[in-house]
Design a protein around this ligand. Sequence first.
Ligand code: FRU
Length: 429
Amino acid sequence: MDDHSLGDGAPGFRARAGWTREQAARIERTDETVGPIVYPPESDQIPHLHIWDTWFLRNRDGTLAEVDGYRVCFSLTAPSDLLPGKRHDVASVRCFYSADGRNWHDGGPVFEDALGQRQWAGSALYDDGSVYLFYTAAGEEGAEDLTYSQRIVGAGGGTVDTSEGFALRGPWTHHELLRPDGDRYEREDQSRAMIYTFRDPWFFEDPQTGETWLLFEANSPVPEGSDVCDGDAAQQGYNGSVGIARSPTGDPLSWELEDPLLDAVGVNQELERPHIVYKDDLYYLFVSSHLHTFAPGLEGYDALYGFVAEELRGDYVPLNESGLVVTNPENAPFQSYSWMAFPHDDEVLVQSFFNYFDFAGETLDEIAHLPESEQMRRFGGTLGPTLRLDVQGTETRIIGKLGHWHVPMAGEELPPTERELIRRARTDE
Ligand code: FRU
């Protein structure tokens, strides 16, 4: 076995890629997985907007792109005078750019003519000077009422112009790429859950095979009367999966659905924003999920969960035995969400948005019923601090944090972690 092989004895190993109830039952906060308390930033960089799910412009090999010295990211946004709970109904994608990875500027709305009634999360690819944006079209454009259908869309035609500062320009063409097929991926009319999912496309080129993939959040259909979960219909309604499609030619705008990469039937309803970090020849698959989307009998948190395998389609083993990688402190359980891991040198960095803070032990439901001024006061709606993660084999631990919105530039050396400072002080003695 080489250093990075997971071996058959790894905790939770099983023949089929799935997150089992047995594994998820081990979810527990630990020093390695609980992030620090987040405080509001001294000044909000983008005060006129609520900002939540965020993704970076990346190269085909998964590294963060730097275009003529600019880091570029995309976020779901809504006007900041809107009640936080209403933001999903009007979400639109904006672009932000930074020349130092710390100070970010609003590059404006990306599209004038996007598909869907509003846009939900996605990913962005910088390929040969062109920008491709993958997003979720939520609701059918033209429909009078708000609907919850979800389709995966790819927009091509973007270019970055830095002749006078930074500008992202179209014209964009929008291509509907994928809809659930009802067989591998559940359609809305088959769903027995509170909300079905078919969203959050994320581009991935496999460094081992060179093949081109699109991951997404989905649900696995469980026919009525099925004997999975011992036939327990209540558990069967929780059927999250990580979906995947392949582009046979590598064309970012042409995809074919394949079987899910991993599912969580009987465990969790929403495996959100799936993405992979390839490190030490291993595939680290991450998803965000919520406390309230775990199946009856299981207790999880709003958290980043992760799995690792030796091949893209391998037998994923949950990280830290349960899958829990990063969560919020017990007294601030909803302060961060929608984590996105990315590589930087030997570390994995994790960015997320600053969600609801200042808790008095309420649930999210209770917060939604607070007076409007209170809801506004307690919503971050901006990017939180970037966490630093040490990832070794099947184990991870949080080793430090960078500031709100700090996304280091390529090659930027990170400050020593507290542990590192202690170690150095010891060896100086
Ligand atoms: C996660 C999420 C995504 C979705 C977006 C909608 O925060 O639920 O799955 O794309 O929010 O606002």
